[in-house]
Every structure is written in structure tokens, then in C-alpha cells.
Design a protein around this ligand. Structure first.
Ligand SMILES: [Zn+2]
Length: 67
């Protein structure tokens, strides 16, 4: 699971759009304009579409239980 992020055009920081997705879900998203997201970096609002977005995946190693 990862968080969909876009880059703030004002500060160039990555900001979360508030949507979590895995790689397959992200790949399957239609390339349409999404609702503007409130930006914690500059305080503004940014419209975004899939081509602006990246999937930030946490590199967390999960422990598996073998049973
Ligand atoms: Zn911003």
C-alpha cells in the first residue's frame, strides 16, 4: 500500500492527496482531473491528474507468519 502524492508547484515538495492505493490500483486509475487538494506545504489548493501523481510506497518489510 502506498500514498498518492503530487508535487506542490509553489514549494516543489511532495504532498499527499489523501488517497491510498497499491501499485495495481494506481496503475488502473483513469487519467482524469481529480478534485483540488489542500496543500499543507503552501496552503493553497492544487488540481492534479494521474500524470502529475506518484505512488509513494513505504519500504516496510512485513513479517510473515507461517502456519
Ligand atoms: Zn502547494
Amino acid at each position: 500500500m502506498g500514498a498518492i502524492m503530487i508535487r506542490c508547484p509553489a514549494t516543489n515538495e511532495l504532498i499527499p492527496v489523501g488517497i491510498d492505493a497499491d501499485r495495481d490500483t494506481f496503475a488502473g486509475l483513469p487519467d482524469v482531473k481529480a478534485a483540488p487538494v489542500h496543500c499543507p506545504a503552501c496552503g493553497g489548493k492544487h488540481a492534479w491528474s494521474k500524470k502529475d501523481a506518484i505512488l509513494e510506497q513505504t519500504m516496510r518489510i512485513r513479517s510473515r507468519s507461517y502456519d
